[in-house]
Design a binder for this molecule. Structure first.
Ligand code: GDP
Ligand code: CA
Length: 320
């Protein structure tokens, strides 16, 4: 059985995983999830990226939105607002609240985040093994300038959801990452993998945060198996969202080739760019990364499955 490890953020990672499961139904897939987006609100621990993967693969996602629960209602949120208790900019629905209550209760009882994630997945049966990158607290902060030109750091969710990345980010810092340890099973899964995939997740605040946990980048580089990524940048812009803002903060151009060079040939063996970016192929190959141009729009599960097949084919080429 082929053992595949995927480093995933939220929506981009989850949609890719749906395609991968369809393309390789018999594969043993371990997902290492980003927890840098995690936030404490209303006394609850919220793990947006883990939940997006879990709900998407478990059939509970709001498909159109890409995050949150299907058939959601917002009674609790409205009641909280009537008490004047915010923030109102973070959309938490009633069904979703239950997940965060269970998680917070289990953490309070002393279970690790990876144990809690496993327990939540017992309900959702995502068909993959989902492990948080770490059980330790890591929180991505973004440095922005306020009106007076003073710099201050805000939580990633405040930057992304409240401000919609409307101001420039000067820096992106995964606070706590340098002290964090990979969660149990993370390094073992990487060491046992036949292939490692970077889905078209955000290279800075999703995959980049996972790679910032000491030991993970090194384990991937030393795994001795093909590492293949898919570009989240198509036609010099992120497909959805504002990844260009956080790429700029780390000095990386929003192009498929620049993202490949940012990961580097020390980490990446293969890189898929969209057909509209086929002119980028030679420059990626010059950087020592095998590159192909194929359609990379995850319009439906079949199109996404084809992307996953292309990634696995490129991995085979690398191996040969
Ligand atoms: P988040 O945590 O919800 O932001 O999700 P991820 O980090 O996993 O993925 C976000 C990235 O997915 C964005 O930077 C998008 O550019 C990328 N993305 C979304 N849809 C598509 C698609 O159809 N094709 C490609 N190539 N990238 C996509
Ligand atoms: Ca995320």
């Amino acid at each position: 059985m082929q053992r595949i490890v995927v480093l995933a953020g939220g929506v981009g990672g989850a949609r890719f995983l749906q395609g991968l499961k369809s393309a390789a139904p018999d594969a043993d897939v371990t997902v290492i999830g980003n927890t840098g987006d995690d936030i404490h609100l209303f006394g609850l621990k919220i793990c947006p990226d883990l939940d997006t993967v879990m709900y998407t693969l478990g059939g509970g996602i709001n498909e159109k939105q890409g995050w949150g629960r299907a058939e959601e209602s917002f009674t609790v949120k409205a009641e909280l607002a009537d008490y004047g208790v915010g923030p109102e900019w973070f959309g938490l629905g009633d069904r979703d609240f239950a997940t965060h209550i269970v998680r917070t209760q289990m953490l309070g009882a002393g279970y690790s985040l990876s144990a809690v994630t496993e327990a939540l997945c017992a309900r959702w049966q995502p068909g993959v093994r989902l492990i948080p990158m770490t059980d330790d607290r890591v929180e991505t902060h973004v440095a922005v300038s306020d009106g007076e030109g003073e710099r201050r750091a805000i939580h990633f969710q405040e930057y992304w959801v409240r401000l919609r990345a409307s101001v420039d980010a000067h820096a992106v810092v995964p606070v706590g990452a340098d002290q964090a340890q990979p969660a149990p099973g993370v390094l073992e899964a990487i060491g046992d993998a036949d292939v490692i995939l970077f889905p078209p997740s955000n290279p800075v605040v999703s995959v980049g945060t996972i790679l910032a946990v000491p030991g993970i980048r090194e384990a991937i580089a030393d795994a001795g198996v093909p590492v293949v990524g898919l570009s989240p940048i198509v036609g010099d812009a992120p497909v959805h969202g504002m990844a260009d803002k956080v790429l700029a903060a780390v000095g990386v151009e929003a192009t498929a080739a620049a993202v490949a060079r940012h990961y580097g040939s020390g980490l990446l063996d293969g890189w898929l760019v969209d057909t509209v970016d086929s002119a980028a192929v030679p420059s990626v190959e010059e950087a020592g990364i095998r590159c192909r141009a194929v359609p990379l729009m995850m319009t439906d599960v079949e199109a996404t499955a084809q992307m996953a097949r292309e990634a696995l084919t490129l991995a085979e080429e690398v191996r040969a």
